[in-house]
Design a protein around this ligand. Structure first.
Ligand code: SF4
Length: 337
């Protein structure tokens, strides 16, 4: 998005980020999978922004870059992730790694990873995982104190306090998921990045976790980025939604506006695939497959699958057009020519 949309009071500004995976053979780079292509977005206090799109569209890679968790083969070619710490912005992509791990992660920005139910150490009781986290962040808490600290966040997520004495394998997947989410929120971070926070759980558990996450966010007035392929999750959670396709943001706006009146052909198909209450028909998916991101099609990356593709779509990449305040779409159908 253009610079003029980067408002001063944003808590997080992602500016022209380009990144992806370098595939090496015999130590030499042979391929670059361009998963995130010139992406910009902002996050404001007390807001939930959803990042939506099919698997492989770059949304989880973008989440990793925003968190600053950049490990090979992931590389960032350009851009900034400006996080407001106190009154100043710090670029997470340029900051010292040890400083980010100790002072920024968990305290200012926290990450709920995909399949988080499997990240707990199977050899440790839940209590010890929490004590370890406190210690890493310079808080000396003993076995008794840890129960006091976690009781509030455990009750928000429906975890009985005595689960702290269990080993992970003694708990259900849904309970482990709730515990990892509680662990991520332990220090009341200003920003929470949740990557597919409920994909591995059943629908009832999913609704419970999402409701708790939203209640926690509203109460703490923190900000949240929810990454999910599931448009139902976005319809339930988001204040604003960002639609990604093949590494690009193709539409962005207030969630209510995007769900009521999607503009981009890809967004229209995503939203029409949502099953409405009482509907019994099986919805069609999107014809074709997402492109190979090491060799994406020229022009609009959606053109091979788009029912409205025109000549210009095959040649030129559409710009991001602000069709109304804070509503953007990258599609030639909306360009004034
Ligand atoms: S730019 Fe063209 S191909 Fe791309 S979504 Fe719009 S109409 Fe379809």
């Amino acid at each position: 998005m253009p610079e003029k949309h980067l408002e001063k009071d944003a808590i997080l500004k992602v500016v022209n980020v380009d990144g992806g995976y370098v595939i090496r053979y015999g130590g030499r780079p042979v391929k670059f999978i361009h998963a995130v292509d010139n992406v910009s977005l902002e996050l404001y206090p007390n807001r939930i922004v959803g990042i939506a799109g099919e698997s492989g569209c770059g949304k989880s890679t973008l989440a990793k870059i925003i968190y600053g968790a950049i490990e090979p083969p992931l590389e960032v070619k350009q851009g900034s992730v400006l996080l407001k710490v106190s009154e100043e912005y710090e670029d997470l992509l340029k900051a010292d790694r040890a400083y980010v791990a100790k002072e920024i992660w968990w305290k200012v920005i926290s990450y709920i990873p995909q399949n988080s139910m499997n990240v707990l150490n199977p050899m440790k009781k839940i209590r010890d995982s929490f004590i370890e986290t406190f210690k890493f962040h310079g808080m000396a808490v003993d076995k008794k104190e840890v129960t006091k600290y976690i009781s509030e966040v455990f009750s928000t997520f429906g975890v009985p306090v005595d689960a702290i004495n269990a080993y992970p394998h003694q708990l259900s997947g849904g309970m482990r998921q709730r515990i990892v989410i509680s662990l991520s929120l332990l220090f009341d971070p200003k920003i929470v990045l949740a990557d597919e926070p409920t994909t591995a759980v059943d629908v009832v558990t999913q609704l419970g976790i999402l409701t708790s996450l939203k209640e926690w966010q509203r109460e703490k007035k923190s900000s949240m980025i929810i990454v999910s392929h599931d448009m139902g999750v976005h319809a339930y959670m988001d204040d604003e939604v960002v639609i990604m396709y093949a590494g690009n943001i193709v539409e962005r706006g207030e969630a209510e506006d995007v769900f009521n009146d999607p503009l981009h052909p890809y967004t229209k198909i995503l939203i029409s695939s949502l099953i409405k209450k009482g509907e019994k028909t099986i919805k069609k998916g999107i014809a074709g497959s997402p492109p190979d991101l090491s060799n994406p099609p020229p022009g609009c990356r959606f053109h091979p699958r788009c029912p409205f593709a025109m000549d210009i779509c095959r040649r030129e990449k559409p710009p991001s057009i602000e069709v109304e305040k804070s509503r953007f779409v990258a599609c030639w159908l909306y360009a004034k020519r």
